[in-house]
Design a protein around this ligand. Structure first.
Ligand SMILES: Cc1cc2nc3c(=O)[nH]c(=O)nc-3n(C[C@H](O)[C@H](O)[C@H](O)COP(=O)(O)OP(=O)(O)OC[C@H]3O[C@@H](n4cnc5c(N)ncnc54)[C@H](O)[C@@H]3O)c2cc1C
Length: 168
């Protein structure tokens, strides 16, 4: 690995990987992604259900996002997953099917939010992560795993310090 990079991303979870993907698509290279774990992806390595809804998993007010913009981002992210091999099949496209459950939840002072879902699953999420990783490495990203950043020094250049390395 080199000693200097133009862009360093700490964390290879969905935020880090998608940030790198966007940068690469905009023509940036010379990017280093660092993760304390030995396998990239952070919390992406789970059952990997994509809730394609603005009502689940985010607070639009906190993010200062309009519903329209959030829907656009959700669709963009979903398309990237499809590009890397996520199944085409969507669940939850017919809320009428869940009306009985919605009513039952209401009777129990709960709210069931119908949402479109893409179910990727643990095995396929591993394959998708590998493909994203391959794409990023092919396009000017280096991925450094098993290296926890302990300290960030911001002077003329930014220096990251792990137990064994000093990277700028
Ligand atoms: C059991 C479980 C199941 C889930 N299922 C789903 C689901 O089905 N669908 C869904 O949409 N969401 C799901 N989530 C939520 C989802 O995992 C998180 O929203 C998502 O991972 C957040 O992404 P992130 O990139 O912000 O952070 P993370 O995924 O947490 O990634 C952060 C990364 O940064 C690394 N890191 C942190 N500090 C350092 C450091 N100092 N130096 C180097 N590396 C560092 C970590 O090792 C990690 O890999 C689930 C979460 C859990 C816990």
């Amino acid at each position: 690995m080199k000693k200097h990079y133009k862009i360093i991303i700490i964390g290879s979870g969905p935020a880090g990987l998608f940030c790198a993907y966007k940068l690469v698509k905009k023509g940036y290279n010379d990017i280093l992604i660092i993760d304390a774990n030995k396998f990239p992806s952070g919390g992406l390595l789970n059952d990997c259900k994509l809730n394609l809804s603005t009502e689940i998993g985010m607070d639009l007010n906190e993010l200062q996002l309009s519903k329209k913009k959030a829907e656009k981002y959700i669709s963009q992210i979903d398309n990237i997953f499809i590009k890397f091999g996520a199944p085409i099949e969507l669940f939850g496209t017919n809320p009428a099917m869940y009306q009985e459950w919605i009513d039952r939840a209401k009777r129990n002072d709960a709210e069931l939010i119908p949402a479109k879902q893409r179910h990727i699953g643990t095995d396929m999420s591993k394959r998708i992560i590998k493909k994203i990783r391959f794409f990023l490495e092919e396009n000017g990203c280096e991925i450094l795993l098993g290296e926890k950043i302990k300290k960030i020094i911001s002077e003329k250049d930014i220096t990251l310090i792990s137990e064994t390395k000093k990277i700028q």
